[in-house]
Design a protein around this ligand. Sequence first.
Ligand code: FE
Length: 226
Amino acid sequence: MKYHCEICSYIYDSKQGDPEQNIAAATDLEDLPSTWVCPQCGVGKENFYPLSEDSPVPPGEAPQNIMIMALTQSLWQICGRGSCAVTREIGKLFITQLKSQGITLDNKEHALEMVKDYFINVNRFARDMDYEIKEDTVEIEVKNCRFFGTCSKLEDQSVLITTCPYSNTAAAALEEVSGFRYRIEKTQKDFGHHIVLTPISEINRKRTIKIKNKIKKLNEMGEKEF
Ligand code: FE
């Protein structure tokens, strides 16, 4: 019998067991010890449900995880550390999406609450997310991330995971309400992430607008040439 993890789509096959956690072949889900956790995202067996032959969910690794892995790897190969600049745009994109739903970001706490609502309650990227606003920094704990397995594989290949949506979006949200650019530090912790965001420099909005206008002009010129 096969079982599907509702958080990360990992499949537990009772025929094979889980040798890495000393689970013998032919161990059914209900006979797994209470200490057993999903090897990809860390949730317990209560988060698994049976996968029958005619299940609407096709067996195999979640395709979105494979796509994210390929995109992050490619981005890293082409841009290296420069991919941080590219992926900051991911955060801004999510913020634009929030705003298009009529949501305004009032202050740091409200901004982080909106980020949490978007990723945890609405889109279920992870099981939970806690945040703490300290005097200077903001600390975020993401628990049982859907992409933990993917992130681990990327880290094993020494790929810097700049595509982390919580980091990018929380940084973009904080930048929006505080006017400061934030440095992102992210470490893996218990099948999730520990993220520290530190304000580093005030955003010069006038300069940003000037650069954006310049890029727009260059794009328009390029289009004309074609
Ligand atoms: Fe899982």
